[in-house]
Design a protein around this ligand. Structure first.
Ligand code: AMP
Length: 145
């Protein structure tokens, strides 16, 4: 029995499938559904600008606001109230696990792959979240089609 389900949302093209699974699970268990999005704080590297550009505070704020807007739209579509739409800046794999613990969710719903592509059998975020989370993790199988 799951009482509180956490959707890890990256707003990638395949994200809708993951969201639908999380919603379906919440309905079946009559559980609370929450969503988390982490604004990745990795320095941006771009060959044309040199090896590494330090993460700019302004850019960070812009990305944060964009993420918040997308999270809010997702919340409306899935009926997730504002106080269960969580956004933070940091490393997605670490923050998803830490928020899941802090909010005492029972299961994290995550895509097998996301923005980082399909190069690996399991995306790096899903892999690390599965390794470190204290709760159950459902990795929704996404195919590269
Ligand atoms: P990836 O590691 O990019 O293949 O992502 C796999 C899955 O991790 C995605 O389908 C999302 O469910 C989740 N995820 C990746 N990045 C984020 C993020 N920044 N915030 C929340 N969830 C994420």
């Amino acid at each position: 029995m799951y009482h509180h389900i956490l959707l890890a949302a990256d707003f990638s093209d395949h994200g809708r499938e993951v969201s639908e699974k999380a919603k379906m699970l919440a309905e079946q268990f009559q559980a609370k559904l929450s969503a988390v999005h982490i604004v990745d704080n990795l320095p941006i590297s771009d060959a044309s600008y040199g090896p590494i550009i330090p993460f700019e505070a302004e850019l960070s704020e812009e990305l944060f606001n964009l993420g918040k807007e997308q999270l809010s739209q997702l919340g409306k579509a899935l009926d997730i109230p504002e106080d269960r739409q969580w956004i933070d800046v940091g490393s997605p794999k670490l923050e998803i696990v830490s928020i899941a613990e802090e909010k005492k969710v029972d299961i994290i719903v995550i895509g097998s792959h996301g923005r980082h592509g399909f190069a690996r059998l399991l995306g790096s975020t899903a892999y690390d979240v599965m390794r470190h989370a204290q709760c159950d993790v459902l990795a929704v199988r996404l195919n590269d089609t």
